[in-house]
Design a protein around this ligand. Structure first.
Ligand SMILES: [Fe+2]
Ligand SMILES: [Fe+2]
Length: 158
């Protein structure tokens, strides 16, 4: 499996969890699913930055795609902030679902850019060997960062 398939697999898993949350009308179950979404997104963004975006940054010094990497990381920060806001509020509160909709929108927008323009550039800059190695690296980083869901999201920050 190369890094592109690895990242896409994560993206699909997160999209499914978000759809699951929206399909259920029981706060306790929604909260449980949200905890999983939060953990998955935090781990995904952190491990993706440490492996895929680090390699892309390195390979792209001459190819001028640094601005795409900066933009992607800003998207990650926005997603982390939305997750933190949602964690602070009651899932049964009046605005929670609206804010979750914002998070879903931000994630979908980011995934579209990542799998589109960014993967296209990366495929030109990174070798096939590198792409395979990065998938293993990303998985290793994610396992290292994985902590019990009850721990504060800040502990996942790099
Ligand atoms: Fe991603
Ligand atoms: Fe990303």
């Amino acid at each position: 499996m190369d890094i592109y398939s690895y990242i896409q697999r994560d993206h699909r898993k997160i999209a499914e969890l978000m759809d699951d949350l929206l399909a259920i009308n029981l706060s306790a179950v929604q909260l449980n699913i949200f905890d999983r979404i939060k953990t998955e997104l935090e781990l995904h963004a952190a491990s993706e930055e440490q492996t895929f975006y680090a390699a892309l940054e390195e390979a792209s010094r001459k190819a001028r795609v640094e601005d795409r990497v900066v933009h992607a990381k800003a998207d990650h920060d926005e997603i982390r902030e939305l997750l933190a806001n949602l964690s602070r509020e009651s899932i049964a509160g009046p605005l929670w679902m609206e804010k979750f909709g914002e998070l879903k929108h931000a994630v979908e927008h980011h995934v579209k850019e990542e799998e589109g323009e960014i993967f296209t550039k990366a495929r030109n800059l990174l070798s096939r060997d590198q792409a395979n190695r990065l998938a293993r690296d990303m998985d290793r980083v994610k396992r290292r960062l994985n902590v019990p869901q009850s721990e504060d999201a800040a502990s996942l920050k790099l």
